[in-house]
Design a protein around this ligand. Sequence first.
Ligand code: RIB
Length: 306
Amino acid sequence: MENVRILVVGSIVLDRVLRVAEFPRPGESVRGEVVGVFPGGKGANQAVCAARLGATTSFCAAIGPDPDGTEMIMKLRSEQIDCSMVHSIERAATGTAGITLNDLGQNTIVVALGANMMFEPEQALKAAHQQLHHVLLLQGEIPLEASRAAAEASQGLVIFNPAPAIAPPLSMYPLIDVLTPNESEAEYLVGYPIHDEKTAEKAAKELIVRGCKSVVITLGAKGAYFRAADDEGLIKAPTVSAVDTVGAGDCFNGALAFALAHKLDLRRATRFAVQCASYSVQHVGAQTGMPYFDELGSDVRALISP
Ligand code: RIB
């Protein structure tokens, strides 16, 4: 398999996960069970996915000077991820998230980003200049100015995952090669609900008019709709029984970056990413559920190395 390089400029967060039968309504208390404490953060999750699939992966992020941050970086290093551009910020705390899972495998996430929001644009720019990469992967859990600085300095293909829902300024769209919202993030960007191929197609067309080159809208168990200059369509997800959907979107983005770095067209890259995300929802934990390349089916592996 060809050696591809992916740079992730993004977030790192410690996830505290509880399981409940049903999510509480406002004002309601419900009993739950502890699932565990897991390393997370959309950026770190995406980096783990890319590294496990086989990409040479670098991660640029901000943590606080606390054990949570240090331990998570050690775990990322054990995944062979270059963390030499992770910065520790004085008087800031490493990000933390409270996550609930229900019996349907759905999740709610409340994230306190802490040090992630003190990420300096200069650090992002330096990383994009210094770290060789085929694909730069960005999300919405660091300041937009930092993402923008990395995108401007990048010589690679730029994927921007606007999650949690965040609206890039119009002037940032031309810097984005692939914009990857999920249904609710796409709704936030265009202002109407996205729930099927037709509404996703309409939204993708509008987002491309704003200046990004292509769009992939993930549709949960329905799969993902992609739109590039010369092709578009819905890639259906296989039917699986989901136990934990936390990090499925991150798995999708890490896998999409990996496939695009291998020069797959957007249709085949989306197919690969949908299959990887379907694998991840069958496993507990955002990072622990990311697939290694060898764990994928032979038909999925063949998309990368026929
Ligand atoms: O996408 C899932 C991630 O979002 C979790 O790991 C949590 O940290 C939040 O940032």
